[in-house]
Design a protein around this ligand. Structure first.
Ligand code: NDP
Length: 269
């Protein structure tokens, strides 16, 4: 088996029904993994014209099976701990193991003007911290006991450039704080799980043009957004899947507790 092959492994991707998560799921299946997609709405791509067009109206599990792998979608909200635990136990029973987990479900809310650090609404702050940081924590908590049984595991958490630096103006403070928390949580988890043969790494994307967001980026003036990017373009879900491939396979067996930016060269430190 090559260092890139995931034959015989089972991967879970949260938020994998659309967007970047779907690209992660497809790449894992392409590499030979059986894949379980966990999402709060496994058909939500139908609500976004551009996203629906991009996926050709095809549900994730159907697209994944084209690689000849076992694939299923499970409806589960990652902010509900009991539901995450029972879903992961069900997946382990149906697939035989849990070897790779991508904690991708997440996202922000509001506009920069409504999410400043001193005035963001407490209910918005709580919801975004729950969706991103608690969602990641509950996902890892449910997966780790299964991975310990195998003596091998790959956990990839998802932060954002917003979790590494505050943009001018200071909007999306709730999202930035939650994503920064994910980075530190990743480092602690990596320290704990290294001796068990489980690596834990984090990716921190910049602007990634998913089917849904590409429309929004256009309306914001895409050129001004990419001006400071070394590669002068938005990232794609496939760019993110390339980094995931490195972190999810044995290509990266001595890499743990790291944060890898996926931002075309925008990061300054
Ligand atoms: P999308 O919003 O396009 O997709 C996220 C998916 O996660 C959706 O299917 C969504 O469901 C699901 N989801 C959201 N909350 C929950 C929950 N509580 N439980 C289960 N599923 C949930 O996001 P992207 O693909 O753009 O982003 C994926 C990840 O990457 C996120 O963590 C995001 O913060 C991060 N990221 C994205 C960047 C970008 O530019 N796109 C940049 C930096 C980081 P539903 O459709 O119902 O909302």
């Amino acid at each position: 088996m090559s260092a890139k092959s995931l034959n015989g492994k089972t991967a879970i991707v949260t938020g994998g029904a659309r967007g970047i998560g779907r690209a992660y799921a497809l790449r894992l299946a392409q590499l030979g993994a059986d894949v379980a997609v966990v999402d709060q709405n496994v058909r939500s791509y139908e609500e976004y014209d551009a996203e629906n067009k991009l996926v050709g109206g095809t549900p994730a599990e159907e697209a994944l099976r084209k690689f000849g792998r076992k694939a299923e979608s499970y409806t589960c909200d990652v902010t509900e701990e009991d539901s995450v635990k029972s879903t992961f136990d069900q997946i382990a029973a149906e697939f035989g193991s849990i070897d790779i987990v991508v904690c991708n479900a997440g996202g922000g809310s509001g506009t920069p003007a409504t999410t400043l650090a001193s005035s963001v609404d407490p209910s918005d702050f709580t919801a975004v911290v729950e969706r991103n940081l608690y969602g990641t924590y509950f996902t890892c908590r449910a997966a780790v006991p299964h991975m310990r049984d195998n003596g091998w595991g790959r956990i990839i958490t998802v932060s954002s450039q917003a979790g590494r630096r505050a943009d001018r103006g200071g909007g999306y403070a709730h999202y930035g704080a939650a994503k920064a928390g994910i980075i530190m949580y990743t480092k602690y988890l990596a320290q704990e799980l290294g001796p068990a043969g489980i690596t834990v790494n984090c990716v921190a994307p910049g602007y990634i043009a998913t089917g849904r967001l590409s429309v929004m980026f256009e309306s914001m003036g895409s050129e001004s957004l990419t001006d400071e990017v070394a590669l002068r373009r938005f990232g794609t879900p496939e760019d993110c899947a390339d980094v995931l491939q490195f972190l999810a396979t044995d290509q990266s067996s001595y890499v743990t507790g790291t944060v890898i930016p996926i931002d075309g060269g925008t990061t300054e430190f």
